[in-house]
Write a protein that binds this ligand. Structure first.
Ligand code: DOR
Ligand code: ZN
Length: 343
């Protein structure tokens, strides 16, 4: 197969940042019709009013002709007002609430330390049918960084779901076989998968030299976990869908003695996914993963428009995206890309 028509994909997890960085990276999401925009700005997007202002800034930065629709999230804090969340969702402004355990990742300092303190918000979300997107890692320094997702399932997620079985939860950027197994048995849940976790393992990050542009959180795991993620992605199980977690940082902040977490995958995400699904003999399952299952989870209709992917001579993406906040290094998939979106 050398041509593939898909319904317009959606990206159910993306970091756009703000200001000059946002203006520089927003065009790279142009093939996606809907994007779920993460709220971990500094300061974070906590209230409905803050989400409305952020959405207005995104729309103002959208290049003419780009019709990507931002779907907004609220950053859950222990001071979040349940009534504000419910009103923001009821008005259509907000699509989901994001739970960051405090200290788990980039700009998560205002996140949740004690889940008991956000129970009133979560109960209101069950009532109002608002999904919770979860960064699923414990922050306990005694837990090895490679185990933090699996431990989160046992210590935090499973007890939470027993307390609130009606809560619709998206386990974001799943990185482990344990995460896949947990989701397979879970009603009312979904999980997003990123490009880098489908393509790479921790050897790519660490063997033969440390590659800061492959460092993200949750950190890449061993190859057997990648195999489980790939199997989930191509399975046709609607619980698994695309959230790129494309996370731009200035190159200097990544190539540093203490580099930031995040892979900037938006510009190459669809080309990479076509490669992965073709390798798995599952190109016919790509559309469900990129364009149908996420919309269904968020109770939205599938996009009507189509895009075409074409396979041809290998192409090399640019190494860097220039932005007003400095250059951002693109994710290098480490393979010759043959698929591309027909513009
Ligand atoms: O690698 C990551 N980068 N993981 C996250 O959870 C946050 C993100 C970011 O905001 O840079
Ligand atoms: Zn993220």
């Amino acid at each position: 197969m050398t041509r593939l028509a898909l319904r317009r994909p959606d990206d159910w997890h993306v970091h756009l940042r703000d200001g000059a960085m946002m203006a520089g990276v927003l065009p790279d999401s142009r093939h996606f019709r809907r994007i779920l925009v993460m709220p971990n700005l500094v300061p974070p997007v906590v209230t409905g009013a803050e989400a409305a202002a952020y959405r207005a800034r995104i729309l103002a930065a959208m290049p003419p002709g780009q019709d990507t629709e931002p779907h907004m999230t609220l950053y859950l804090t222990e001071a979040t007002d349940p009534a504000d969340v419910v009103a923001a969702a009821a008005s259509g402004l907000v699509t989901a609430v994001k739970l960051y355990p405090a200290g788990a990742t980039t700009n998560s300092a205002s996140g949740v330390r004690d889940i008991d303190r956000v129970m009133p918000v979560l109960e209101a979300m069950v009532e109002a049918d608002i999904p919770l997107c979860v960064h699923g890692e414990v922050t306990d320094p005694a837990v090895d960084i490679f185990d933090r997702e699996a431990v989160f399932l046992d210590r935090v997620l499973d007890p939470l779901r027993r307390r609130l079985p009606g809560l619709r939860v998206v386990l974001e950027h799943i990185t482990t076989a344990e995460g896949v197994a947990y989701l397979r048995g879970a009603e009312g849940m979904a999980g997003t998968l990123t490009v880098q976790h489908l393509m790479l393992s921790r050897n790519d990050l660490l063997a033969g030299g440390i590659r800061p542009h492959y460092y993200c959180l949750p950190v890449l795991k061993r190859a057997s976990h990648r195999a489980a993620l790939r199997a989930a992605a191509v399975s046709g199980d609607p619980r698994f869908f695309l959230g790129t977690d494309s996370a731009p940082h200035p190159t200097a902040a990544k190539e540093s003695a203490c580099g930031c977490a995040g892979c900037y995958t938006a510009p190459v995400a669809l080309a990479c996914l076509a490669h992965v699904f073709e390798e798995e003999g599952a190109l016919d399952r790509l559309e469900g993963f990129t364009s149908l299952f996420g919309a269904a989870f968020y109770r939205l209709p599938p996009n009507e428009a189509r895009i075409t992917l074409e396979k041809g001579a290998p192409w090399t993406p640019p190494r860097r995206r220039a932005t007003g906040a400095g250059p951002v290094t693109l994710f290098d998939p480490g393979i010759a890309l043959e698929w591309r979106v027909v513009e």
